[in-house]
Write a protein that binds this ligand. Structure first.
Ligand code: IMP
Length: 200
């Protein structure tokens, strides 16, 4: 069964595809669709909703969107919904490594290092029809990057229960406990019925 995912992030596609093996995940770029909605919401939910609805309006097919990021308590929840753009000055996004270094510099000397990944998923099926779940993964911000797996801020987040950073987990281990894994799994059993009802 095809499932449109409103994202250009191949890491997210890979994680979602592993959690939903019965679906053929399609990104807009794979259908040569021009998809670049303005993410001007003020919460993870609003941005996920904007992305899912925009893709639905282009394809007329149900669309799933993920909006996610990292919230650091000592920075009053920053970078939060601005995680992808954190540290960029002229609109150009930094590389993952540069963005991580920027966050580490901001946190230099700060003792309270609690943080969490947040992921909001919206599956939009037409005017007034959607389902949504938001989940978290709690961790401690490291003082230097550890591990090579995953993407984004994964090397900076230590999981005390595992004794590893998120980037030291295998893809399978990350999916079992991650913000995205928990949110997508919560929806998994209701997606087929939702698609059946909302696919023209
Ligand atoms: P979005 O694509 O606008 O939702 O931006 C999400 C940003 O948050 C990504 O570019 C990453 O920097 C960060 N992020 C979201 N999920 C994860 C994750 O699972 N691991 C590490 N970083 C993440």
């Amino acid at each position: 069964m095809d499932l449109y995912v409103a994202s250009g992030n191949r890491h997210k596609k890979q994680e979602i595809a592993e959690i939903l093996p019965d679906f053929n995940i399609i990104l807009p770029e794979e259908k040569n669709l021009s998809f670049n909605p303005e993410e001007n919401g003020s919460s993870f939910f609003e941005n996920a909703f904007i992305k899912a609805k925009s893709l639905y309006e282009i394809t007329n097919q149900p669309a799933l969107a993920d909006d996610s990021g990292i919230c650091v308590d000592a920075l009053d929840g920053e970078p939060g919904i601005f995680s992808a753009r954190f540290g960029s000055e002229n609109g150009e996004k930094l590389t993952d490594a540069d963005r991580n270094n920027y966050l580490l510099r901001k946190m230099e000397g700060i003792k309270n290092r609690t943080c969490r990944f947040v992921c909001c998923i919206v599956l939009y099926g037409g005017e007034n029809r959607f389902i949504s779940v938001q989940e978290t993964l709690e961790g401690i911000l490291l003082e230097e990057a550890r591990g090579k797996n995953g993407f984004g801020y994964d090397p900076l987040v230590f999981l005390p229960g595992k004794g590893k950073s998120v980037a030291e987990l295998s893809g399978e281990e990350k999916n079992l406990l991650s913000h995205r894994g928990k949110a997508v799994r919560a929806l998994a059993s209701i997606i087929p019925g939702f698609l059946a009802k909302n696919t023209p």
